[in-house]
Design a protein around this ligand. Sequence first.
Ligand SMILES: *Cc1c(COP(=O)(O)O)cnc(C)c1O
Length: 391
Amino acid sequence: MKNTTVYYQSLLDFADNKLQILEDKNQRRRLQPSARSLHMQVNNGQNECTSFTDNDYLGLSTHPAVIQASMEATKLYGVGAGASRLVTGNNPLYGQLEEKIANFKGCEAAIVFGSGYLANIGIIPALAGPKDLIIADELIHTCIHSGIALSRATCHYFKHNDVEDAQRLLAKHRANHPNTMIIVDGVYSMDGDIAPLDELGMLARQYDAWLMSDDAHALGTIGNGTGSASALGAHNLVPLQMGTLSKAIGAYGGYLAGPKPVINLMKSRARSLVYTTGLPPGTLAAALKAFEIIEAEPERVARPLKLASQFASALNLNPPQSPIVPLIIGDETAAMKASANLAAQAIKVTAIRPPTVPTGTSRLRFTFSATHSDSDIDKLIRACRNLNLGN
Ligand SMILES: *Cc1c(COP(=O)(O)O)cnc(C)c1O
């Protein structure tokens, strides 16, 4: 229905046209209500499903002690931070959490951002400018692209996990720029594979480049929970270890762990830290408690990868390197259909489509959590076999 009384009809037409283009390409997204509850159950408004699709790898978003810690801090300090960290939003829990992260990661210091996305769009422009060079894996997370765009550095992408291709780019371009960053995901969010941080670290050393890993899916899941660099024995080769508190940690927020001067620089130069409100105190308390649980319970950390391996082996998929198991379907519509068929069997798995993944590689992305029971896994395997999914 055309609304003829508004002056901004062109705006409505613009949005309608864009939506139609997305619809035609099968790329329009719609938000579904999803009420998560304990033990990876999610209600999508139609039926109660077991979720194999979220990033709560350790079940800490619903852990009673984490909830308790969050409630206590909320009672003490209120629900919001009230201001940015440089004003009055720097609750003392920040200091405790940052010290915990630095210790846990074995780094000199750490700084907490409002989210992983805010971390990446703050860190990268604080370290690289228009004269500099960035070499990045072609499959890096979309918020790293945003950070690179804001930095206005020259960026070249290397083929996924291809160290030779990265070297080729460095050999060709490194000399033309004062500073260079190499940026990768520690664990790739849509494929679940690990970046070759050991080899990339050697390259970074050779070409005087600064290696940064985004450990959003690696913290709490590999390297005894401490992430990708230590999993590969490359800890000293990765000076910039970024990650999120929103996945295995179960709360919300992002962080950078690294050398002290770099962390201190963020406090003045990372715009997405300086010009945004601090995190809610309850969120900081939740994250802090989550790290304590991870340190105390190594079995919890080991379980998601163990379950992912069981699942992959039952369906004859490649052995996973993380709790993320992609099952490539190819076509968008077929992937959506497979997801709907699993939902009918009370399994929630989102279909991942372009532009999140390259055209022709639409997939089901299964993720595993420490709180999945053995019978949850059996149920999932049965449902997939019923639908002829897997090899
Ligand atoms: C989820 C994710 C982010 C963003 O983290 P948020 O805390 O959700 O904003 C960044 N990088 C990667 C690789 C991610 O998967």
